[in-house]
Design a protein around this ligand. Structure first.
Ligand code: BGC
Length: 498
């Protein structure tokens, strides 16, 4: 009994403690940058011919579903102030700037037969500004902002026609901007696009079809990504010498105890959240546990077919190997426990997954009840990705701390960044993870989707009450500038060279 008690204490302690800060100098090939996305910063939602997106439409139609009833109409005014943003990136000494192209700014209807030259010119100017300042662009084609006509006319991502429409848009971007951009991202966070967009009323298109159409969306997103990849590979790679990938988001799920049932539950959660996209991309096909569970529950619901669409042998082959690196957005860790099978009834992604989430009370919380500062979770996650996906090159495309205070003295953000970069160094140096990029979300506060302007992630504050939207430096900006300059987390005298 005493031994059991001792082991339990040891287990709980290990969940609470962070590793010491890594003192090694960053490896030479580790690129450091910042990220943001068009719908969250640009504003100018209907200026110079830009078309309406599903987020514009959603915020205008359902203000009560946005925390502060705000819209992305003006946001940070980056459409006008982009030079100021680039100057901030330069002042921090960063290697890359992750941004997204607003599909409806260059194609207001979503289709390539109607190109908006003013929108094209905006991105050309932005890329020129980056080039002139020696900053490398990392460009996302789709950061959740589907042109509204594509939603109205054909149901967006649940209609397989979207695969060709997205691929046409991607091809146009490669043609227009291929000489400027060597680092492409097709789709940001497919889990949010599908499992939130077709599973929740708080994320457009806000269609409640969790466990059904949401899986159809997952398949179409994978095929659309793969088609864009093949186009790049066949027509542009030789000339432009770039890389192209999908960005997957996931929380690290740590077993809530060393009970094999909890360990299995955490692994199951991982496979549902990241595996639905990672497995087809890196191993081929959906994860087996996902196929088995959705098929089993579909049968019990009286359905003749699984709610999870089949990937044919051709599709499996077409999707597999289409990410030059693994783009990872990671913010938090949660503990997972096993639970009895949820009752059969309305189909749902969470019921298919069937786990219980919790957290430790001594973890520092961010702006949401799933957002915890747990650096060791990132290290474990990187090792999991290495082991499950055959040691891919990994680029962290988003990581950062969100608070609701917006304080300039953002010590919690500094602690978060220090811990997470340290976890990356541990993963690189001690676990041999092939991690080549780390990107902070974000350089400036932005419109946080359903959170509106109530949660803040910027190393620069944006004053959303001032029509000029001034950028104001936070303590974390100075901290991170120093880290980037030193390429080491501790004082110069303590830095250990490689
Ligand atoms: C999204 C960003 C968002 C960030 C912080 C990520 O899931 O890609 O658009 O701002 O989380 O909430």
């Amino acid at each position: 009994m005493k031994i059991l008690w001792f082991l339990t204490c040891l287990f709980t302690l290990s969940l609470a403690q962070n590793d010491p800060i890594n003192t090694r100098r960053f490896p030479k090939n580790l690129r450091i940058g910042v990220a943001n996305a068009a719908p969250q910063i640009e504003g100018a939602w209907n200026v110079d011919g830009k078309g309406e997106t599903i987020w514009d439409h959603f915020a205008h139609t359902y203000p009560e579903r946005i925390a502060d009833r705000s819209t992305p109409d003006i946001a940070c005014r980056s459409y006008e102030k982009y030079k100021e943003d680039v100057a901030m990136v330069k002042a921090m000494g960063l290697y890359h700037y992750r941004l997204s192209i607003a599909w409806s700014r260059i194609l207001p209807t979503g289709y390539v037969d109607n190109v908006n030259q003013l929108g094209v010119q905006y991105y050309k100017n932005l890329f020129k500004e980056l080039r002139d300042n020696g900053i490398v662009p990392m460009v996302t084609l789709y950061h959740w902002d589907l042109p509204q006509p594509l939603q109205d006319q054909m149901g967006g991502w649940i209609n397989e026609t979207i695969v060709d429409i997205f691929a046409d848009y991607a091809k146009l971007c490669f043609e227009l901007f291929g000489d400027d951009v060597k680092w492409w991202i097709t789709i940001n966070e497919p889990k949010q696009v599908c499992q939130s967009g077709y599973g929740s009323l708080y994320f457009p298109p806000a269609i409640e079809a969790s466990g059904t159409l949401a899986y159809v969306c997952s398949k179409n997103v994978l095929l659309a990504h793969a088609k864009a990849y093949h186009i790049y590979d066949e027509l542009f790679r030789e000339k432009n010498q770039g890389q192209i990938a999908m960005v997957i988001d996931a929380t690290w799920y740590e077993p809530g105890s060393d009970d094999p049932l909890d360990i299995a539950a955490a692994e199951r959660a991982q496979q549902f959240d990241i595996g639905i996209y990672g497995n087809p991309l890196f191993n081929g096909d959906w994860p087996q546990i996902v196929k088995d569970r959705v098929a089993e529950r579909s049968k019990l619901e009286g359905l003749s077919e699984s709610r999870l669409p089949t990937l044919t042998a051709f599709e499996i082959d077409y999707i597999k190997g289409t990410s030059d690196y693994l783009g990872l957005n990671h913010y938090s860790t949660q503990l997972i426990n096993h639970t009895a099978e949820f009752p059969i009834g309305k189909p749902s992604f969470e019921n298919d997954k069937n786990v219980i989430y919790w957290h430790r009370d001594d973890w520092t919380q961010g702006s949401a009840d799933w957002f915890w500062d747990v650096p060791w979770g990132l290290r474990k996650f990187l090792v999991w990705l290495k082991n499950n996906y055959n040691n891919p090159e990994i680029v962290i495309t988003e990581n950062g701390f969100s608070d609701t205070s917006g304080t300039l003295e953002d010590d919690n953000r500094i602690t978060y960044l220090e811990g997470h970069v340290s976890a990356c160094l541990d993963a690189i140096y001690y676990d041999n993870v092939n991690l080549t990029g780390y990107t902070v979300w974000s350089i400036l506060d932005d419109w946080e989707w359903g959170g509106g302007y109530t949660s803040f992630l910027g190393m620069y504050k944006v004053d959303f009450n001032d029509p000029e939207r001034p950028r104001i430096k936070r303590k974390s900006a100075d901290y991170f500038t120093d880290v980037v300059k030193r390429r080491c987390l501790v004082e110069e005298s303590q830095c250990v060279d490689q």
